[in-house]
Design a protein around this ligand. Structure first.
Ligand SMILES: [Zn+2]
Length: 135
């Protein structure tokens, strides 16, 4: 849950580092603090595309339902059309970086860090046992 909340804030899900984007649409290759490679496997970014699509269509659906309910029985077709087009064009662009970091968090929740995937102190390292030996 902590990782997901970090993703919602456009922060690294592992170390909570911000400033992961050089521009709105340009994601850094690695986290500047924990050194996590953001594209963990090939095809990694199809998930954020799915999240962005779900949020965009969800926003569009809610806006249309609210618009119809508030203006019933005489909904303004042109106004609702303009609102729908605006949402369809605007929300995916605004939500783009959030979809990246949220997807990264979800991926880390379902596929935890492999040894050596992050810098020492942020996760398991190669050659180290996940469990401490009993003494
Ligand atoms: Zn990090």
């Amino acid at each position: 849950m902590v990782a997901f909340l970090r993703g919602c804030r456009k922060h690294c899900a592992v170390c909570n580092q911000g400033h992961l984007f050089t521009r709105w649409f340009t994601f850094k290759q690695r986290c500047p603090q924990c050194d996590l490679r953001f594209e963990r496997i090939e095809g990694h970014w199809t998930g954020d595309l799915g999240i962005n699509t779900i949020v965009s269509f969800g926003t569009l659906l809610i806006a249309l339902i609210v618009g119809f309910l508030l203006s019933w029985p005489d909904p303004p077709g042109i106004t609702l059309f303009i609102v729908a087009i605006s949402i369809a064009g605007f929300v995916p662009l605004v939500f783009f970086p959030f979809s990246k970091t949220i997807w990264l968090a979800i991926d880390l929740i379902f596929r935890p860090l492999e040894p050596g995937e992050v810098a020492r102190g942020y996760g398991p390292q190669r050659g180290e046992s996940a469990e401490r030996p009993v003494t």
